[in-house]
Ligand binder design. Structure first.
Ligand code: NDP
Length: 240
């Protein structure tokens, strides 16, 4: 059997497409998110679905150890779970900043630390973190979200440097705008409308979550000696 792939945020969007793509090719998977029923409904073979909040390191680690006892050590973790609560820094509720910092930054670091030491010892393994194009350049209304995604870009590159001598790959994926549930959590309706209007106006509406999932799988399936350190993937028509 192929090696274990752990995917966080597998109840929708990129994570759900990743689950389907990896499972289709015979990888055993551990799917993690809070809405466990959505992952179970996929009914994928050799798949363990667990209700895990990635900000809770203990429940996160317990789920990974349980899957490893059944399928063997984690060869790939995709730290994909994330929240995007866009807002004007001058007026946004600080609870929204905290939620994003907890999930987008702490959640990613939790996932990394849970598997890193085993990977170091085995001198094998891959960590893929979902950053964003908003982790590489600024966008209006994205201040707090950018802060978290710049954080992911930074911590991923440091971890890459630290893990390189151990033959462990650490990659960041930086997608542009892709239709998923992500924008729906933003509470500022004007920002949502502006975002949708921009996508329509430039025609950046054709890239899909499945395109992103397939790209991530491609990066993983390259030989262990090949590291696609940072992938920026957008709709061709995205102008920003
Ligand atoms: P979705 O909103 O469709 O999916 C987000 C996933 O994260 C859901 O499965 C959700 O599951 C999970 N999640 C959120 N909070 C937690 C938590 N505390 N614990 C566990 N799981 C959690 O968004 P996308 O698929 O679009 O986003 C995936 C990643 O890609 C995110 O990190 C996002 O920032 C990034 N990204 C997305 C872009 C886009 O345009 N779509 C562009 C650039 C980056 P549940 O609610 O069930 O817990």
């Amino acid at each position: 059997m192929k090696k274990l792939v752990v995917i966080t945020g597998a109840s929708s969007g990129f994570g759900m497409e990743l689950a389907k793509e990896f499972s289709k090719d015979g990888y055993p998977t551990l799917l993690l998110a809070r809405r466990v029923e959505k992952m179970k409904a996929l009914n994928l073979p050799n798949t363990m679905c667990r209700k895990v909040d990635v900000t809770d390191k203990i429940e996160f680690e317990n789920a990974i150890r349980e899957a490893e006892s059944k399928y063997g050590k984690t060869d790939l973790i995709i730290n994909n779970a994330g929240m995007m609560l866009l807002g004007d820094l001058a007026t946004q509720d600080a609870n929204e900043w905290q939620t994003m910092l907890n999930v987008n930054v702490m959640g990613v670091m939790n996932g990394m630390q849970i598997v890193m030491n085993d990977m170091k010892e085995r001198e094998f393994g891959t960590i893929i973190n979902l950053s964003s194009i908003a982790g590489l350049k600024p966008f209006g209304g994205h201040a707090a979200y950018c802060a978290t995604k710049y954080g992911v870009t930074g911590l991923t590159e440091v971890a890459r440097q630290e893990m390189s001598s151990h033959n462990v790959r650490v990659l960041s994926i930086c997608p542009g705008a892709v239709a998923t549930e992500l924008l729906g959590h933003t509470t500022d309706k004007d920002i949502i409308n502006g975002y949708e209007a921009w996508k329509e106006a430039v025609g950046a509406i054709n890239i899909t979550a499945n395109d992103v999932a397939k790209t991530i799988k491609y990066a993983y399936e390259l030989p262990q000696s090949v590291s696609l350190r940072e992938i920026v993937i957008t709709d061709t028509k995205q102008d920003a």
